[in-house]
Design a protein around this ligand. Sequence first.
Ligand SMILES: Cc1cc2nc3c(=O)[nH]c(=O)nc-3n(C[C@H](O)[C@H](O)[C@H](O)COP(=O)(O)O)c2cc1C
Length: 182
Amino acid sequence: MFRTYVPSILFEPIDIGPVTMRNRIVSSASFSAMSDNGLFGERIALYHAEKAKAGVALTITEELAVHPSTEFGLSRNVRAFDRASIARFRRFTEIVHKYGAKTIGQLWHAGCHNLNRNQQLDIRIPLAVSPVPSMAFQDGYSVPRELTTREISEIQEDTRILRRICSTGDSMVWKSTRRTVT
Ligand SMILES: Cc1cc2nc3c(=O)[nH]c(=O)nc-3n(C[C@H](O)[C@H](O)[C@H](O)COP(=O)(O)O)c2cc1C
């Protein structure tokens, strides 16, 4: 027996602030391990393009590291603080928009939750607001170092710049001349 088709609001557009989503289907953030030497490369762009082609209204990126102190030890994570990533984000945004979807960049600083277990990478002490180990990821030795006021300002500045880049979409700009982002 066939069921009667009941129209769902799932497929109806919705306004979120100034942006109109074509429906209410969202693909949540998902670490892809596909970065191109730390940059947001073609593979990741095509991965999100497939979601856009399939009809999602919004696709959210994986974690984008806002500062060198949050390279969290998983290989192939995205180093968004690297200036070379700007062109890649532009290409990514273009391709997602081309297939009718929107996107949000997930800006990321892991603090005490940095995973520094990958022996292939530099093992660095996580930086956090206090020297208290992560309750979520207990590796037995990662007691974070307390951030200095200067480091907090640096991370805030990088996050602010990246937020501006993400929010400007197609016309991304990069105005900083600071050490960690040039
Ligand atoms: C492989 C994998 C990678 C993920 N990567 C991220 C991520 O980068 N950022 C994030 O906030 N959540 C991440 N998540 C969490 C998902 O976005 C989602 O919240 C979670 O999987 C729960 O949804 P589900 O029950 O539909 O799987 C990830 C989940 C999985 C399974």
